[in-house]
Design a protein around this ligand. Structure first.
Ligand SMILES: Nc1ncnc2c1ncn2[C@@H]1O[C@H](COP(=O)(O)OP(=O)(O)OP(=O)(O)O)[C@@H](O)[C@H]1O
Ligand SMILES: [Mg+2]
Length: 260
């Protein structure tokens, strides 16, 4: 790898490079261009926010960053290694050990209790069952779910499921945390607590990449990447689009008001 790709301007080590990453879902007339050639570099220990309107490709980009999906075109280098050259079993090991995912839709296993959901990823990392139990209990208590550990996801509120998902993301003490709208389903106090926790993890040296719709939450991050229609754009272009969309919404609301 070229030297300039290995270190950033401030000396931080490059963790991840996306080069011309394209993602097309489906084929022919049904094809959806979710990502249109994204270039993105993430350094170790960064806290990056990804912002963009609904459908702009944020979750798809997170799936790429987390090596959960393969691009239709383009290259992803994780610590200099082209992930297309790795076996699926190696990738699964990297994901399990190094990356904690907080998904937009939680992705909890419906037939397992909160405790079992948090304990599960540790099975593959060689923890004893006592260690798994202790660590999962500790994380769930931190998430104020000590009295809900034996409940199934269907017996929990959206915010509670979100917190189980966060505890699960932290169970293997990953270096990288990918959070897709981590505060999307919680009240404002819990939202602040989650952001404080992510900031603390960032201070401890973790790399955090967080998708958010919320300008205020993005300020917790040290850098924001803006997506529009599957492409990375600068802040100005994003803001212009945002203002335009808000104007359209206002017009729609006024029309609705006139009708009723
Ligand atoms: N599995 C899929 N099959 C087909 N199209 C998909 C799939 N996943 C996402 N898409 C489409 O790709 C585009 C980008 O979707 P994505 O989920 O990345 O958006 P997003 O920015 O995360 O939106 P939101 O803020 O609503 O979560 C959208 O047009 C979406 O409909
Ligand atoms: Mg999404």
């Amino acid at each position: 790898m070229a030297k300039d790709e290995k270190t950033s301007g401030d000396g931080g080590t490059t963790l991840l490079i996306l080069k011309g990453v394209t993602k097309i879902y489906g084929e022919g007339d049904a094809a959806v261009h979710a990502l249109r050639g994204i270039d993105l570099t993430i350094h170790q220990g960064e806290f990056v926010a990804i912002m963009g309107p609904s459908g702009s490709g944020k979750s798809t980009a997170m799936n790429m960053v987390g090596c959960l999906d393969v691009p239709t075109d383009g290259t992803i280098l994780l610590e200099g290694q082209d992930i297309a050259e790795l076996e699926e079993s190696d990738l699964a090991q990297i994901r399990g050990q190094n990356i904690g995912f907080i998904f937009q839709q939680f992705n909890l296993i419906p037939g397992l209790t909160a405790l079992e959901n948090v304990m599960l990823p540790m099975v593959f990392q060689g923890y004893s069952s006592d260690e798994r139990f202790e660590r999962a209990t500790e994380l769930l208590e931190k998430m104020e779910l000590g009295n809900r550990m034996d409940h199934l996801p269907s017996e929990l509120s959206g915010g509670q499921q979100q917190r189980v998902a966060i505890a699960r993301a932290l169970c293997n003490d990953p270096d990288i945390i990918l959070a897709d709208e981590p505060t999307g389903n919680v009240d404002s106090k819990m939202g602040r607590d989650i952001m404080t926790m992510l900031s603390k993890l960032h201070k401890e040296g973790k790399t955090i990449i967080m998708v958010t719709h919320d300008d205020h939450l993005a300020t917790y991050a040290k850098r924001t990447v803006y997506l529009l229609d599957g492409a990375v754009v600068d802040r100005l272009k994003y803001k212009e689009n945002h203002a335009l969309e808000a104007k359209k919404e206002k017009k729609k609301d006024t029309k609705k008001g006139e009708k009723s």
